[in-house]
Write a protein that binds this ligand. Structure first.
Ligand code: ZN
Length: 264
């Protein structure tokens, strides 16, 4: 039996047949893997209880003809706080669905793995009343997952006239995909107002993806920034809604769990 081993987090889990599961696992070394876990729902199945959503594990996959199989898994982190706290788990559902939607099976992207894992670690460290940090973590995820997927909104120059954005009155144009001066969007029905604070946050939390070696450190720095940032709730909600719409427009799919975030 030919196998391979890697760490990964379960981002999607669905029942398959009478007693099996189909899992999407975002892995460090192979990107997203869809695999079947046979008999995992049988009371005495070897993998029963080891394949919960959001579990970070060391997986052994066996190559299969049409789909690979989970041969074994060893839990490394079960994100207890995320699991036991409904509100925090909503954020984990959202970033998991987002990751699942923007990725294809079998494309390694270590930056994506670390972005997901570091964000999960941070969510797991939060208390129930850390709502501001929780929402900022979601925003930094939205921004950087899109950056890694090649869809980043223009935030430095007006997306229409290409002049530098001044922090006066600005709008966000969904048809052009970026920030524009208010006077440039008179005929653009897709444009909505955007606060200058929202533009500043986008600039602050966007990670330069070019250097793979320091990417993980940059995410950790982002998390430190988030822990100290003071932002109005209105700006945060505006940014999450805006980024979610930008994401849905670009990937042409709905992210269903956005309703869990209670910002729409
Ligand atoms: Zn302009």
């Amino acid at each position: 039996m030919s196998t391979y081993r890697t760490q990964g987090i379960i981002i999607r889990r669905s029942n398959f047949g009478e007693s099996s599961l189909i899992l999407n696992v975002y892995t460090k070394d192979y990107g997203k893997i869809e695999a079947v876990a046979r008999s995992a729902r049988k009371p005495k199945g070897k993998l029963k209880g080891h394949l919960e959503l959001f579990l970070l594990s060391d997986f052994i996959f066996a190559y299969g003809k049409s789909i690979d199989r989970i041969a074994n898994s060893f839990s490394l982190e079960n994100y207890e706080n995320v699991k036991n706290n409904l509100n925090i788990s909503f954020g984990a559902y959202y970033i998991s669905e987002l990751t699942d939607r923007v990725t294809e099976n079998g494309y390694k992207n270590e930056r994506m793995y670390y972005l997901f894992k570091e964000t999960m670690d941070f969510l797991n460290s939060l208390c129930v009343d850390d709502a501001l940090k929780y929402y900022l973590a979601i925003i930094q995820y939205q921004i950087n997952v899109m950056q890694l997927s090649g869809f980043f909104p223009e935030i430095n120059k007006c997306v229409i006239c290409k002049e530098d954005i001044t922090l006066e009155e600005n709008a966000f144009s969904f048809s052009y995909g970026g920030v524009a001066g208010k006077k440039c969007v008179c005929n653009d029905d897709s444009a909505i107002d955007i606060d200058n604070d929202a533009i500043k946050i986008m600039r602050l939390l966007q990670i330069d993806k070019r250097d793979a070696n320091i990417y993980r450190n940059n995410i950790k720095n982002n998390i430190k920034i988030i822990s100290k940032l003071k932002v109005k709730k209105k700006t945060i909600f505006q940014l999450i809604r805006l980024m979610n719409k930008f994401i849905e427009n670009n990937i042409e799919r709905k992210i269903n769990s956005v309703v869990f975030l209670r910002v729409v």
